[in-house]
Ligand binder design. Structure first.
Ligand code: IMP
Length: 192
């Protein structure tokens, strides 16, 4: 089966592709020469994820999978949430985003947060969504060099940031890994 991964983010392709069953022929937007920016103009990640998948489905009518993720910090009323990518400005900048979170969290003792990923799979014209959540804490300062985004300031286990574990380990526990496992189980149940 051919599946188009509706993301232009190479980090995500790197994380998602190895977790899908070998029988699935994964194509990226680059592979199908789709270079337009896909709009994400909703105020929640469920609708943005759906919008991305719908855009590619209507362009290809081929099974497609999209995801949208946000970091939700309880002390900041769920910020940066759906605006995680461009929290510190129009241009996606992980370092500036981290700086803004740490500045907004300065002196805050309640540091609980969670990542949420919503995958949207469109298959045979049907829409299915799968959610994964990873609970943790916002660290006082960045730690580690792996991963991307807010990984250096997000701790899922005492004293350790997501940027201090390997990709394989991250896949097992992460919001994206959990949601993707659900996608894989669903595809298997459909005999794909
Ligand atoms: P996206 O919707 O998956 O592009 O995610 C939006 C933003 O959330 C990204 O630009 C990152 O800043 C952040 N993000 C998404 N997934 C992760 C992750 O696994 N670790 C850290 N940050 C992430």
């Amino acid at each position: 089966m051919k599946l188009i991964l509706a993301t232009a983010n190479p980090n995500k392709v790197k994380e998602i592709q190895p977790l899908l069953p070998d029988e699935i022929e994964v194509h990226t937007l680059k592979d199908i020469a789709y270079s337009k920016e896909i709009s994400e103009d909703h105020d929640n990640i469920e609708d943005n994820s759906l919008q991305k998948a719908m855009t590619i489905w209507e362009h290809t009518y081929t099974t497609c999978l999209s995801d949208d993720t946000g970091l939700f910090i309880n002390a900041l009323d769920g910020e940066p949430g759906v605006y995680s990518a461009m929290y510190a400005g129009e241009k996606r900048d992980d370092k500036k985003n981290i700086k803004k979170v740490l500045s907004n969290m300065k002196g805050e003792e309640e540091r609980s947060a969670y990542f949420k990923t919503v995958f949207t799979l469109i298959i045979d014209g049907e829409i299915h969504q799968f959610t994964g959540i990873l609970n943790g804490q916002i660290l006082e300062s960045p730690q580690g060099k792996n991963g991307f985004g807010y990984d250096p300031i997000f701790s899922h286990a005492p004293g350790l940031s997501l940027a201090e574990i390997g990709l394989e380990e991250k896949d097992k526990i992460s919001h994206r890994g959990i949601a993707l496992q659900k996608v894989v189980e669903f595809l298997r149940s459909r005999g794909k």
